[in-house]
Design a protein around this ligand. Structure first.
Ligand code: FA5
Length: 347
């Protein structure tokens, strides 16, 4: 076997040169196997140390170790460089354009009834009315009796009622029982003025049609004070209509009947579609109905704890769904609870 020291410098130069030409991780790995791996050229040389005379072995061992250290360092440097290049190339080739718009997630919106109720709250709040919520399930007494509608009264026919299995307990047919709750809660025994609106769901056992649902919202309003007159009621409602439908819209009051108000009226607003000329929506009358209202009946005031010889008040009840119909020309009230997104997404 030839001298293990032969051509060591040349070999080192060749090895380093060759390393400089390896451009992929695989090539660098092959280089490592060829020169410094288990069976690599320099490893084999170092194993041949036994063939040298004893006094020369230490010097050779040191030399070959220095060479191997140089090669190991060069190998590590090259490997790092090649890996960095490969990473940069992978990143460039496998690039994802993060600026592309993603898939849109469907986002829910507010139900048109909710939006309209909020519009109501804002308008009435500006006019000094606070929101008071009362229950959906009522006693017959609250829903009818205390509102001056005794059991025998023919006016009960105006409200087709859902009764519960508990005798005397009904789903409220209107928000008017809230009048009694509000008077009793805020009136402090009939000594304090009140201005509240009472929004909420009402239920009626009636034939479902384009105009009538078995459940719908109402917003009741109550104002009680010492000198409240019919003119206050008319002015307040007209102002509400002006803010809700626009300053150019006229309102009119027609006499009507409710057992809990005296006198009673229905409120109409000038048709939003034809401006009063007459069209299909207003059934060629030029007017659209928006509320029932009146001066609070003395019996009702008394039931709420007020002395009607000293106190007076007005009340009204509006249906937001029918109002949205008017405002947006919705032709069928059944859409509101029909769960059809094609309808709901239009608002
Ligand atoms: C009442 O319920 C009275 N409590 C209103 C009132 C309050 C008068 C205070 C005087 C003083 P009416 O039954 O007309 O009145 O209903 C009031 C409003 O509720 C209607 O104008 C309408 O907008 C709405 N409404 C009534 N029934 C339905 C229904 N089936 N579907 C949708 N909206 C309805």
């Amino acid at each position: 076997m030839h001298d293990p020291r032969q051509n060591l410098d040349t070999l080192l130069e060749i090895a380093l040169n060759e390393l400089g030409q390896q451009v992929t991780s695989d090539e660098v790995e092959n280089w490592e196997r060829k020169y410094i791996g288990k069976t690599g050229i320099f490893t084999q040389r170092s194993r041949m140390v036994g063939q040298l005379p004893a006094e020369e072995r230490a010097a050779f061992g040191k030399r070959i170790n220095d060479i191997k250290a140089t090669l190991l360092q060069a190998y590590a440097d090259r490997e790092k460089l090649v890996k960095e290049h490969e990473l940069a190339r992978d990143l460039e080739q496998g690039q994802i354009d993060v600026t592309l718009p993603g898939r849109a997630h469907p986002v829910g919106g507010l139900h048109p009834s909710t939006t309209t109720l909020r519009e109501f709250y804002a308008i009435w709040a500006e006019m000094g009315f606070q929101v008071y919520r009362s229950r959906d399930v009522e006693t017959d007494e609250m829903n009818f009796e205390l509102l001056n509608i005794p059991a025998h009264h023919p006016a009960r026919d105006m409200w087709d009622t859902f009764h519960t299995t508990t005798p005397g307990v009904v789903l409220r047919t209107h928000t008017s029982p809230g009048q009694i709750h509000a008077m009793r809660e805020f009136g402090e025994g009939g000594t304090q003025p009140i201005r509240v609106i009472l929004p909420g769901m009402c239920y009626r056992y009636e034939q479902v049609s384009v105009r009538s649902e078995i459940q719908f919202h109402q917003v009741e309003g109550v104002a009680i004070g010492k000198h409240i007159h019919l003119t206050d009621l008319k002015g307040t409602i007209a102002e509400f209509a002006r803010r809700m439908f626009g300053a150019d819209k006229d309102v009119r009051f027609r006499s009507s009947y409710f057992p809990f108000t005296e006198p009673s009226m229905e409120v109409d607003v000038e048709c939003l579609l034809c401006g009063g000329k007459g069209c299909q929506m207003c059934k060629y009358s030029g007017w659209l109905e928006i509320a029932g209202c009146g001066m609070m009946h003395p019996v009702v005031l008394r039931n709420g704890g007020y002395d009607p010889s000293e106190w007076s008040g007005f009340a009204f009840g509006m249906g937001p769904e029918r109002m949205i119909n008017l405002k947006y020309g919705v032709k069928d009230i059944r859409y509101y609870w029909g769960n059809d997104l094609r309808f709901l997404e239009q608002f």
